[in-house]
Design a protein around this ligand. Sequence first.
Ligand code: TRP
Length: 332
Amino acid sequence: MNRIFSGVQPTGNLHLGNYLGAIRNWVRLQQEFECIYCVVDLHAITIEQDPQALRAATREVAAGLIAAGIDPKKHIVFNQSQVAAHAELAWIFSCVARLGWLNRMTQFKEKAGKNRENASVGLYAYPVLMAADILVHKATHVPVGEDQKQHLELTRDIAKAFNSQFGVEFFPLPEPQIFGEAARVMSLRDGTKKMSKSDASDYSRINMTDDADAIAQKIRKAKTDPEPLPTEVAGLEKRPEAANLVDIYAALSGRTNADVLGEFGGAQFSTFKQSLADLAVHVLGPIGAEMKRLTTDPSFVDAALRDGAERARAIATPILREVHDIVGFLRP
Ligand code: TRP
């Protein structure tokens, strides 16, 4: 039986990069797998969060997943903190994982920056919690982006180490679920930087909740170069902004870059941007409207998360109980 687990950080400003890079793929996976999608609020507090903003972001991300087409009745959508088994297994795993393994995690080094002494213990142990997220559900497949591959590798190491330490074949070794072409969406202001929620300029990104006017305006103002679009894909080299807009068009329309350039090669950006704006509005408009509806009255999202947590608990609790037995915890 194949089971998908993936997690997403509760951050405000879900944007086109989140949609094309992850969420859209999560929607598709529902057809083939049993899917568990988790808003990882425990991971979020590894860096300081404003409590009100965290609550709002948790709802917004859950609303985004549901608005994009994840069915919280057929599959599971929940927030991590509601299922205590995650944190509990993370403790047990922190006694299996080795300092040396965590010392190699590149994301910690990036996130902790220069002042590593001042990083939280949680930030350091972050990948251990991620391993617990996946394995407490015995997930077999995990859709992750490039930046999380090392953490998934660590998850496999922890599963192997646990199995071998206790002489069991208990945890599966989860596989990364790679997508044909996970779109990497860059900033609309700088084609060499990833589109990011934390970029100071709102014009750098298309938010999932932007309305049609905002989407069109941001695309119109997107940075380009003075040349018309090339007719061949090779012509996009060293033209990061042009390449990004073509990538976005291709991803939104499900076409290849070559195909898009077959239609727009030789055209001026003004023409291409108009078509791109129409396409983006067509795809994102209904999702953004639904997100707004779901966040205005959060009762639906809250109920979906509560129900999701209950069903997640029903999967995780018996697995955790077996772990207790394997480890030797007394159950009188
Ligand atoms: N660390 C992931 C990220 O920042 C989020 C995450 C937490 C996750 N737990 C997970 C992803 C389990 C996949 C599986 O994107």
